[in-house]
Design a protein around this ligand. Structure first.
Ligand SMILES: [Zn+2]
Length: 287
């Protein structure tokens, strides 16, 4: 699954290459890619035609393209393998091309949604009525992410103190804080020397502030590492987050030495996923 930094790289690419362009026509090549648009592919195509894309927006891992003057947005779901590509109109068709969006200008490029496993797709939604940020209604409940200038640190820290939950669960709770996936949660917890099962109520305010700082550092480092991939005529996310793998300190490092103390890292099954941690730097909470 792509995480926030990967999705942000795609958003920037879309902002650069697609914003301000008016849709000439849409071809839906696989019905599964529009299954979240219940009225179907023909309706999806008809409602985009003739409308102009505003700059792409993001909240957490959700990405959308507002259609100017319509009160609607195209929401992109990248799923496991979805890619949004800006390609020359005459570029060979990708094997798993699902949706093609052409524009009415002379830029010579089009937007393609390519998805091998077709867990992702595009759908059209109304803007949530009370949203100051123009959120599509279906994601109106998603909290701000920690890179959002309007993220409220104090409210997040207060919520941690009040909730009867554990820290990694809280980091992955999209109604508290969005955009932190399994990989970056493990990385931030390793940097903060916190065990994933630590009850949030035991975190002091300075400790939770420090953790939030590490979450932001990890995400910003990933963004900086991915910053070159949108500098060409190519908007891409493949869900592998490959460009950041080399600099991971915790995730995927089972049995490898902790980069801080040398103790072999451990992996534990956790909510149908894995948690990676250093048993010495990140002591389990006392039961
Ligand atoms: Zn260690």
């Amino acid at each position: 699954m792509p995480e926030l930094p990967e999705v942000e790289v795609v958003r920037r690419g879309l902002e650069r290459w697609v914003a301000g362009r008016t849709v000439a026509g849409v071809e839906v090549l696989h019905p599964r890619a529009v299954r979240r648009h219940p009225a179907g592919g023909a309706d999806f195509a008809a409602r985009l035609a003739g409308h102009r894309f505003e700059p792409a927006r993001r909240r957490g891992k959700y990405l959308w393209l507002p259609l100017a003057d319509t009160g609607t947005s195209v929401l992109g779901h990248l799923g496991m393998s979805g890619q949004l590509l800006v390609q020359p109109e005459d570029a060979p068709v990708e094997k798993h091309l699902r949706i093609r969006i052409r524009f009415d200008d002379t830029a010579g490029t089009e937007l393609r949604f390519v998805d091998q496993r077709t867990f992702g797709g595009l759908s059209l939604h109304d803007t949530a009525p009370d949203s100051v940020d123009g959120l599509p209604d279906v994601i109106g409940h998603i909290a701000r992410d920690p890179l959002d200038p309007a993220f409220d640190d104090g409210a997040f820290q207060a919520a941690l103190r009040l909730r009867r939950t554990t820290i990694k669960r809280a980091l992955l709770d999209q109604s508290l804080i969005s955009g932190v996936g399994n990989i970056y949660a493990d990385e931030a917890l390793w940097r903060a020397k916190l065990h994933y099962d630590r009850p949030t109520a035991t975190l002091t305010r300075p400790r939770s502030a420090e953790l939030l700082g590490h979450v932001r550092d990890v995400m910003n480092a990933a963004l900086a590492a991915g910053g070159t991939s949108f500098d060409s005529l190519y908007v891409n996310v493949n869900g592998e987050s490959g460009y950041f793998d080399r600099s991971l300190d915790a995730y995927g490092r089972e049995d490898e030495p902790c980069r801080r103390c040398g103790t072999p890292m451990r992996r534990r099954a956790w909510m149908n996923r894995s948690s990676y941690f250093c048993p010495r730097c990140q002591r389990p909470p006392r039961v």
